[in-house]
Ligand binder design. Sequence first.
Ligand code: NI
Length: 507
Amino acid sequence: MPSTAARAPLLTAVLVMALTSCSIAPQQAAPSPLPPPPPPNSVVGEPVAAMDPAGIPGALPTSLRTGTSAPVSARWIYIDGAENFNNRLDGGLLGILDQNSGGRYDPSVADTAGAAASNKVLTLDHEIIATGDAMVGTRTTRSKMVPGSGPTVSVTTEYTDLSTGTVEPGAALVAKDSIEQIRKLLGEAIEEKPQPSTPSASPSPGSTAVASSSPAAVPPPAGTLLGGAAFSPEGDLVVPLAVSPVTGRPLAAPVTVHVTAKSSTRLLSDLGRRMQQLASAPRPLMPLKPAPAGQKHVNCDLVPCAALTYDDGPNEQTARLLDILAAHKVHATFFEQGIYVATHPEIAASVAAGGHVLANHTMRHPDLTKLSTAAVQAEIQGTSNVIKSATGVDPGFLRPPYGASNARVNSVAGMPIIDWSVDSLDWQSRDKAVFLPKILKLVKPGAVILQHDIHSTTVDGQDQLITSLQGLGYHLVTVPQLFQGIELQNGRAYFCRGTTSPCTPGR
Ligand code: NI
């Protein structure tokens, strides 16, 4: 033990210095201090923070929770008006979900009991991590519970140029001839640190066994190594690692390494420098043309959807229904009769103004199969004219009264025919205690639900119906949203979306 007495004069001197200068802490005032070590080129740090979608104009957050034999919890962000981006995102998610279900994935509604019982839960988290002009950086974190060994996690970043549709992976941030230098810098952060020496000669048996039985070193290829690369606001190249960048061996736990801006900037590609600048000084996205309210991007092969459709209006009840739909931020499809649009043009206009879809249900509700061709045409064209005149909208869908159609009607329809898969018979019971359970029993993902907005009893049940369907996980959509991605043919009848008859499959 050093002599306290011998050090006392020095300590006194140090204390005096500290008290007078107030800038040197006593323990730093060694007689000949070593020069500070150079700052490291790479360090273990935090992942890049995701952007708050609320702060990104046009961001459309979406989520999915299924409870099947392969339960999934997922959330992702569409960009309104960027259909190439949205469709590519759908394709990627469907690919992962197909793989997860070991075959074709089909949307299903939540079954919490099933989800809780299974430990094969897949979690997908797609976030926006950078924006600026035409560029969007996204990160998809995929985490799957593996029984007995905890979750496996993979992180993938992509950089999309919305103006050209070009999509680049994380590895494209680094110049091709600089990959090995980046690999070395990443390795320095996690492997080349001196290990703390332990007095015991034998390390723990577990680590010895892992080390001696590990396969030969195979460094991960650039695409894997930098698959999740991104930039921090400081301009650091941030790389999540699940395996050693040098040996390819799995790490004890995933880490995130920051290669400092100072050491990484010269190793970046043009794309990398551009994204690095945007991370340091974010810019808003280029203006995009947003989709109309009731036609925002949704993929009903991916999420369980149901389309609420209301026939035979408009009338005074319609106005009350619009308030209920607005309160739930739900959009629906209204198959309107021409004579009532002519009577209540202002209600028809409010339907359109609410972002709902207006469609054609003929002028006077005849059985079209019993009319002459000219009379059928007059019923359809007259209705389209009066809707256009009241709302400015040219209807794109026909629902023949009673669903009654034939080859002649189909040949002059001039637009796709939309029937239904769930008949509520709300007009018959006029009692929500009867028609709501009926709907909830019959509804399946991809359903078209038929109700009538002219009955006060129907409108009375809608708040509860919407709450129930959404509680089951349904995304309530309009007819064009339900069939998004399917090219509907004029004069052909559609009942629902899906792979079981009479539905139309989306893929
Ligand atoms: Ni009708």
